[in-house]
Design a protein around this ligand. Structure first.
Ligand SMILES: [Zn+2]
Length: 300
């Protein structure tokens, strides 16, 4: 099964548009290699509304969001995870509206990999007013919003299901335009794969990722994501088998034609696979499993 990306996504910037009966979206003007066209801020309901992923702390975005929500009462602010393009605007939105913030928890405490700047950095300021657990259901303005904890991209990643629309707001866990970055130390490939399997057991009809358009056949996409990760694993094992012991060598062998801006993220994703395979006893690292380490196959 080939992994097919859906990149025919057009939406006006900084305008709240209706995309389903109970769902509106506003696209922030922060396009980039990690954000695609930008952050899609979700608004659920009308007049009394819940917001998911208010977006970046950027003055122009905040002004657009404030103008778009003029005349409505924001009652809940949900955050899928603490990356700069998702959570920071929660603080300003909370100040204007008095609404409480909801999320799994603050950013995980792991340090940054030395010398590597992944553009989509962590928001260390966000602390939810209400800490959510997997399976919690928040009733917001008559809607039931179910929390689906999906660690992997980040340990605090939460998807939200809107039962009335059979819709899952999938954050950065599953996106239609790209695979998700899984960058250690905060990103964890074993957790990511388990969180994909978790979605396969659900019956959501449509996913609304924070970046890009809706995913109308979500289970087949999730299945192809799992297969894609297994193929990556096989490619990394083949590199090791051919004596390529260092992550930069593996990245240039595996990621042919990659946007150079994504090379650090690709290196971290390969590291995430290697860490997971080391846990499973399939791979050995010389010293600590890190970007600069040498790796080899474990003897069976
Ligand atoms: Zn993210």
């Amino acid at each position: 099964m080939a992994l097919v990306f859906e990149r025919n996504f057009e939406a006006p910037y900084e305008t709240l548009i209706s995309v389903a009966t109970r769902i509106r979206r506003l696209l922030a003007r922060n396009p980039g290699p990690f954000t695609y066209k930008g952050t899609g801020v979700t608004v659920i309901g009308e007049r009394r509304v819940a917001v998911i992923d208010p977006g970046p702390d950027d003055p122009q975005h905040l002004a657009a969001l404030r103008a778009a929500l003029e005349g409505e009462t924001v009652t809940h602010i949900f955050v899928t995870h603490t990356h700069q393009d998702h959570s920071p605007a929660a603080q300003a939105l909370k100040l204007w509206t008095g609404a409480k913030t909801y999320g799994f928890g603050p950013h995980g405490g792991g340090g940054r990999e030395a010398g590597i700047a992944v553009e989509e950095g962590g928001d260390r300021d966000f602390v939810p007013d209400i800490a959510l657990k997997d399976g919690d259901v928040v009733t917001a303005n008559g809607f039931a919003i179910e929390c689906v904890h999906t660690p992997g991209h980040l340990s605090n990643h939460m998807c939200y299901a809107l039962k009335e629309e059979k819709a899952l707001f999938s954050g950065d866990h599953v996106m239609g335009w790209s695979t998700s970055v899984v960058a250690p130390p905060e990103g964890d490939m074993g957790a990511y794969l388990a969180s994909l399997e978790k979605l396969l057991a659900r019956d959501d009809a449509v996913y609304w990722p924070t970046h890009g358009g809706p995913i109308r056949d979500p289970k087949s996409l999730v299945a192809s994501y799992i297969e894609h990760r297994r193929e990556r694993e096989a490619q990394i094992l083949a590199c090791l088998n051919n004596g390529l012991a260092c992550i930069p060598q593996m990245v240039s062998r595996i990621y042919v034609g990659l946007d150079p801006r994504l090379t650090p993220a690709a290196g971290l994703t390969v590291l995430a696979h290697l860490i997971q395979m080391a846990r499973e006893g399939r791979v050995l690292a010389e010293g600590q499993a890190a970007l600069g380490a040498r790796f080899r196959l474990a003897r069976q």
